[in-house]
Design a protein around this ligand. Sequence first.
Ligand SMILES: [Zn+2]
Length: 118
Amino acid sequence: MEQFTKTQLKDLRVLTDFVRTYCNARHATTERHSCELPSQLARHYRADLKLCPECAGLLAHGISKRRTCPLEPKPACKECRIHCYGKEYRAKIREVMAFSGRRLLLRGRLDYLWHYFF
Ligand SMILES: [Zn+2]
């Protein structure tokens, strides 16, 4: 049974929401499948989380990286000295964060400003 700390879980929810927002908007015409999430995270998503294979891969990468982040407290990723994401994933997550960040702000999700951590 895996255990995430509260902080990790909060970060992972933001990460998941960002990837989902991006995939819903950008990949609506791609075939998308339900995603396996760690159980602690899955219970926050009553509806199925459907992502295209590419975004599912990105999210899985992000989850595993967050799980193993050795820094506590974790700095914003752009200020981090480690840069643990693989190069391609890093480019991708920046695109996702920029796209979804803007979109969620437009929707009044100002709470995400506090967690704009990538
Ligand atoms: Zn996608």
